[in-house]
Design a protein around this ligand. Structure first.
Ligand code: NCW
Length: 448
């Protein structure tokens, strides 16, 4: 057994997202989002689940803040639902929506918990999708207007902002692989959307600087990590493409002001796909940020396979243990990823804005014995610690998620929470991982 000790000022928290927890989809003047539409088309979401009720956090937010308080976190990451604020995407502001987030933020502040707010965690107003969604450059203007409205309204209350959550998911998973809303399958459309999302990010960064010079801002790309099976040139290049698509494609524009050439060429030559860059875009996207949020869950070993997929790569199955959602458990990839980011982008401050595991254990005699989640968290938090010892500037760790919630296309069956939610009664039950994390937070250390 060894003791893993974090610095005293290390930030511990948990994360959630609006559509996954709020419910109250038709209350408080909220407009529809693309997830309302998508989840109601049969075949898109398991069991035809949707976010109409979810965890009902819209009404039960005080109970949820009490859970955070008892847990001892210093930070809570949540997202605002754009269609609560602008039911039509732009145009008229819905004061009731804004009021809800003021109540939530006031409750957090009263309990000494710092709000970390994500502006976009995938619930695009349907009204904007009807006008082309993120494919339409005007959505970038609508986002900037929404961002400015929020920044002004919460100035002095919220000092840490995340523009876009997992732009790879919001573009490619949603518009190329068709797994998430709006469910398109078009690589050019997805690539255009990826660019517009990054542009929206940059515009919001610039707007924040004008509105609140004290506040900090970043974004939260998701990054899996593939390790090459061999040193062969072909395996190395294939893995470079796979990692590059999730990492460099969404980080080089921000930190270097350009898309990585090897992928630009690959897309052009193999798929005839291009990025619709207009003059000045890359300057906007590369506006300096204060930190980057990293969402890490999984990784694997992969090798070149000529006939396989967009990047001619095959993920190998070495019988890694998997979580209940089927994602291989690969804590070593977390360390590799963090040290790689440090090498490529310099010592940028990093928050782990999401990390956690899907295990679907139920309540037995009032207890949820999710030891599997505890061991996942131990191994991954240990990787973060190891990366810090290698010089990576990690400021904090936010567990995904505070509670079980609407897991997008997987519906309610897939549970990531450290608090169990009974989706019939909406009763919350603290899992064993909650108590374990609570102890870790109180000491900023744990035994491995
Ligand atoms: S789905 C997803 N997640 C989970 C979600 O609950 C959260 O909102 C997201 O930020 C947990 O963390 C993120 N990520 C997508 C992972 C990619 C799935 C790849 C499927 C490939 C076919």
């Amino acid at each position: 057994m060894s003791k893993i000790q974090f610095p005293e000022d290390f930030i511990w928290g948990t994360a959630t997202a609006s559509y996954q927890i709020e419910g109250a989809a038709n209350e408080g003047g909220r407009g529809a989002s693309i997830w309302d539409t998508f989840s109601k088309e049969p075949g898109n979401v398991k069991n035809e689940d949707n976010g109409d009720v979810a965890c009902n956090s819209y009404h039960l937010y005080k109970e949820d803040v009490a859970l955070l308080k008892e847990l001892g976190v210093s930070t809570y990451r949540f997202s605002m639902a754009w269609p609560r604020i602008f039911p039509n995407g732009n145009g008229e502001l819905n004061q009731e929506g804004l009021d809800y987030y003021h109540r939530l933020v006031d409750e957090l502040l009263e309990h000494n918990i710092k709000p970390m707010c994500t502006l976009y965690h995938w619930d695009l107003p349907q009204a904007l999708q009807d006008r082309g969604g993120w494919e339409n450059r005007e959505t970038v203007d609508a986002f900037d207007h929404y961002a400015k409205t929020i920044f002004s309204s919460f100035k002095g209350k919220i000092s840490t902002w995340i523009t876009i959550n997992e732009p790879w998911c919001a573009s490619y998973l949603s518009n190329y692989l068709g797994i998430h809303a709006p469910g398109k399958k078009d690589l050019q459309v997805a690539t255009t959307i990826a660019h517009h999302l990054m542009l929206a990010h940059g515009r919001a960064v610039q707007s924040l600087r004008k509105i609140d010079a004290q506040a900090q801002i970043g974004y939260a790309p998701n990054a899996g990590w593939s390790e090459a099976y061999s040193n062969s040139e072909q395996d190395q290049q294939a893995v470079r493409r796979a990692n590059g698509w999730q990492i460099e494609w969404f980080m080089d524009p921000v930190f270097k002001g350009e898309y990585p050439d090897f992928l630009v060429n690959w897309f052009k030559e193999n798929e005839n796909v291009t990025v619709p860059i207009q003059e000045g875009d890359m300057d906007v996207i590369s506006s300096p940020i204060d930190f980057v949020g990293i969402n890490y869950y999984t990784g694997n070993v992969a090798r070149y396979d000529e006939g396989n997929g967009l990047f001619h790569i095959e993920n190998l199955d070495f019988n890694y243990e998997r979580t209940d959602i089927g994602w291989p458990i690969y804590p070593e990839g977390f360390y590799q990823l963090l040290t790689y980011l440090n090498e490529r982008y310099g010592q940028v401050p990093i928050y782990i804005t999401e990390n956690g595991a899907c295990y679907n254990d139920g309540v037995e005699n009032g207890e949820v014995k999710d030891d599997n989640r505890i061991s996942y968290m131990k191994s991954h938090i240990a990787s973060v610690h190891r990366a810090m010892q290698s010089g990576v500037n990690v400021k904090g760790y936010l567990a995904w998620s505070l509670m079980d919630n609407f897991e997008w296309a997987e519906g309610y069956d897939m549970r990531f929470g450290i608090v169990h939610v009974d989706f019939d009664t909406l009763e919350r039950t603290k899992k064993n991982s909650y108590y374990w994390y609570k102890k870790l937070i109180s000491r900023s250390s744990f035994d491995l």
